[in-house]
Design a protein around this ligand. Structure first.
Ligand SMILES: *Cc1c(COP(=O)(O)O)cnc(C)c1O
Length: 369
């Protein structure tokens, strides 16, 4: 594996800043002897709900599980359809299929998120729900999406895996839809030391259902109401997450200020992700659109800067989606987008010197090409 002057992520460096607090939390749980469904999870759920300005939050094993369990709770049947964006991580669509419905895609806006103007064409009498994705930490056009959903009586599940703390018109993601799914994967802005996920909702019935569906369908020790998964967020992770949640606001501000600095410095060379009106983005990924993207990426990687693509193959063209019958001409905006996107290193511990190195590498590529 090559070593980079500017690696894409720096998780260990980040963890080292909180090491004493994390070790303290670890020891508290270790000594408590209580390792699943205990006081740490309960406290974390309360703090997470408060952060998202929702009544409830429910901890689960992953972001994928959060999406999946909410969809299963909708009682989806064979032949039902759920709409999402093709430009996302595969789990946004996989969980629709795993819940027994058909994933249906709509094209995106130039900002990378679902285009509400194309949404209505994808709705028919089999449609049950819409999953807008707040990709890269930029909120989707929630007001327009919710208005369409309301008119058609559809459930809205926000895929907020990348967007904890983002807001639109002052209202945070996770509080817009009927429910939202968050990922606590190591590369997400708030992350477990491993895997984890959260569901937020204002609906007590949905949260009561999740309490069972994440825990074998058990209503109590003796009674199993329905077959389900073991998909819990354990006490150790909850305790470690509580430590990090206390730092999330500051770390998000650090991400945002680095993103604005990138925007200023990179504007002469590439298309930068300016925020739209009312948007507060949290930059889980900092994505530019670049001419000769593949050559640029290779050049950067050869010059010590790790750049990645999220995601090079849109979901509708994955081998797993073959039976859905989509082709590469279906979503022109998505195809234009995926040909140009490039994710640059951005994390709270990134220094201005490292950032300057990224900018200089990009500048020198375009000077030579
Ligand atoms: C990370 C992610 C998921 C899946 O979350 P996991 O915790 O990895 O299961 C789902 N959707 C999006 C958009 C993601 O980025």
């Amino acid at each position: 594996m090559p070593t980079y002057t500017v690696p894409y992520a720096a998780l260990a460096a980040e963890a080292s800043l909180l090491k004493a607090e994390l070790m303290g939390a670890f020891e508290t749980v270790l000594d408590s002897g209580h390792y699943v469904l205990g006081p740490q999870l309960k406290a974390f759920e309360g703090e997470f709900a408060e952060f998202c300005q929702t009544k409830f939050a429910s901890g689960v094993a992953s972001g994928t599980s959060a999406l999946h369990l909410v969809l299963l709770g909708l009682d989806i049947n064979d032949g039902d359809e759920v709409i999402t964006a093709p430009n996302s991580f595969v789990a946004s669509a996989a969980t629709i299929a795993l819940a027994g419905a058909k994933p249906v895609f709509v094209d995106i806006c130039p900002d990378g998120n679902m285009d509400p103007q194309k949404l209505e064409d994808a709705i028919n009498r089999r449609t049950r729900a819409i999953i807008p994705v707040h990709l890269t930490g930029r909120p989707a056009k929630m007001a327009a999406i919710l208005e369409i959903a309301r008119r058609h009586g559809l459930f809205v599940l926000e895929d907020a895996a990348q967007a904890l703390g983002a807001s639109l018109d002052g209202k945070v993601v996770g509080s817009w839809g009927h429910a939202a799914a968050f990922s606590l994967h190591p590369l997400k802005n708030l992350h477990a030391i491993g895997d984890g996920g959260m569901v937020t909702s204002q609906d007590p019935d949905l949260i009561a259902l999740l309490a069972k569906s994440r825990n074998h369908g058990l209503a109590n020790r003796e009674q199993c109401d329905f077959w389900s998964f073991n998909s819990r967020l354990d006490e150790m992770q909850a305790a470690l997450l509580r430590v990090q949640l206390r730092h999330l606001y500051d770390w998000t501000e650090a991400r945002r200020s680095l993103a604005m600095r990138y925007n200023d410095l990179l504007r002469p060379y590439v298309e930068v992700p300016d925020e739209g009106p009312g948007e507060r983005c949290v930059y889980q990924t900092y994505v530019v659109k670049a001419e000769r993207r593949d050559d640029l990426k290779q050049y950067m990687n050869e010059h010590g800067v790790e750049a990645l693509i999220h995601y090079a193959t849109p979901i509708h063209l994955q081998p797993a989606a073959k039976n859905l019958g989509y082709t590469s001409t279906d979503f022109p905006e998505t195809m234009k987008h995926v040909g140009k996107i490039l994710s640059l290193p951005l994390y709270p511990t990134l220094t201005h010197e490292q950032q300057d190195r990224v900018v200089e590498t990009i500048a020198s590529f375009y000077a030579k090409n």
